[in-house]
Write a protein that binds this ligand. Sequence first.
Ligand code: AMP
Length: 171
Amino acid sequence: MHEIKALIRDIPDFPKNGIIFKDITPVLQDPKAFKKVIDLFRERYVNQNIQKIAAIESRGFIFGAPLAYALNIGFVVLRKPGKLPYRTFREEYELEYGTDAIEIHQDAFEHGERVVLIDDLLATGGTALAAANLLQKAGAELVELAFLIELSFLNGRAKLTDHNVFSFVSF
Ligand code: AMP
């Protein structure tokens, strides 16, 4: 994990002044590191009777889809408004930099399916809380929210006290 943490690059003032953006592209470009992240997530969930992985557009897809493949289970996408073609549920939320909304297909889950939600990074927790609400609306049993990176100084976990939260790397 130390090697992976060392590959996460700080980009100051992106996408706006005062934000230190955690750039994961060096992790993705390194085949050992990228594989390690997926393998570690897999090890955590392989014996937990998880039925689907859900992930948040867009960087959540980078980790969520290979994890679902590695676990041999289904993959559900949470997308920005207007992208999903079928009937959707929707949740509004606040970002560290702006506001947004996410949507899910209403038929994404069978009722009570055990689901892990994946995103690249937990900041203020607004996105993750909206995603958790959306999964519950869609009938999932949310087993855990999992992130590669947690910005612990932003205390996103305080918004997520109703849920299990896991991250590999903390800043
Ligand atoms: P939040 O809702 O504040 O927890 O923000 C989480 C979402 O915004 C995640 O999907 C991240 O990809 C993105 N994000 C927020 N802050 C940062 C940051 N400092 N560096 C990289 N991505 C970020």
